[in-house]
Design a protein around this ligand. Structure first.
Ligand SMILES: [Fe+2]
Length: 321
């Protein structure tokens, strides 16, 4: 039985079936192996591998201690938040999430059930996120890190939107442009709503056919969002190109460098940052330092100037500190 885990969950005794680098399946010549020493774990941690597929019949499962995260996770998470932010900031962030929830749920449900884009609900959500992100971005992004099973899509959309609003603001963009970034962040993965649940929730390794389907979500999202007149070009670009990589090895268009629209290069950074730092009740997340380190050492994935700006403006002394 296969299970996909983060590289920081590796331990001696696990049987590694495959590796994924930034969501991309490993090279075909990858040879499965049993981890027999701590140095092998260290080597994997130091590599560019982000996700690993293990076989828990041929080797051991994730560390039993991580199973207890569910019991102590919420309390531990809350204590950590309180050590970093004022209680009033955390309350304000939670209130923002609660008030945004119905709007985002409507956007997601419309995409799934009616294959349509509720741009009014999306705009309402972005206005609410903007009002909190402008003075309380750190707490909002931190609170959205812990994602329960049914909250993953909703909170990922909200977090990427908040990250793009905050990053856009730190990059010196005007409020209208920042609002557009926020909308793009909110709907960047809307195309996933057109995919079967079985694929989205599958914990084992995806087959080649399933992977092909998943890789169509940027195009599906683009088609969905472009059905509404006057959707800003940047929002369409974010949907369509957020999985492109700077070196031209991403998908769908295999665009490279500055031919990838600017807004999509920003979205790629915010999307991967949130995915890496997301905490789930039964899974450990990468720490912020680990996530940034992995992103900085993923050659060719991101626009290095924008990534440096993300680190200097958002992380070092910024709202993600
Ligand atoms: Fe995506």
């Amino acid at each position: 039985m296969q299970k996909r885990i983060r590289v920081n969950q590796l331990r001696v005794g696990m049987y590694v079936e495959d590796v994924e680098i930034g969501g991309k399946a490993g090279a075909q010549r990858f040879t499965p192996f049993l981890i027999s020493s701590p140095s092998q774990v260290e080597r994997m941690m130091a590599s560019h591998v982000m996700t690993v597929v293990i076989d828990i019949v041929k080797g051991v499962d994730i560390h039993p201690s991580t199973r207890f995260l569910a019991a102590s996770g919420r309390a531990g998470f809350d204590a950590k938040l309180l050590a970093m932010f004022a209680a009033s900031d955390i309350r304000q962030a939670r209130q923002c999430i609660e008030e945004t929830k119905p709007h985002i749920r409507r956007v997601l449900a419309d995409a799934r059930i009616k294959a349509s884009f509720d741009s009014e609900a999306a705009s309402s959500a972005v206005e609410r996120i903007m009002s909190t992100a402008f003075n309380n971005a750190g707490a909002l992004i931190a609170v959205a890190k812990l994602k329960e099973k049914d909250e993953v899509t909703f909170l990922h959309s909200l977090a990427v939107s908040a990250l793009m609003i905050t990053f856009g603001r730190f990059l010196g963009h005007r409020e209208e442009d920042v609002r557009v970034f926020g909308l793009g962040g909110l709907v960047h993965d809307l195309g996933k709503m057109a995919l079967p649940d079985a694929i989205l929730t599958k914990s084992g390794k995806l087959t080649a056919e399933e992977m092909d389907l998943v890789r169509r979500h940027p195009q599906l999202g683009y088609e969905l969002v472009s059905s509404v007149e006057h959707t800003p070009r940047e929002v369409l670009d974010i949907c369509r190109y957020h999985h492109e990589k700077y070196d031209g090895t991403g998908y769908l268009g295999r665009l490279a460098g500055k031919t990838i629209p600017y807004s999509a290069r920003i979205a790629a950074i915010c999307d991967v940052y949130d995915a890496l730092t997301t905490i789930r009740p039964y899974k450990q997340a990468f720490s912020q330092a680990e996530a940034i380190n992995m992103m900085m050492t993923s050659p060719g994935h991101f626009d290095s100037h924008l990534l440096s700006a993300f680190v200097s403006k958002m992380v070092i002394g910024g709202p993600l500190r």
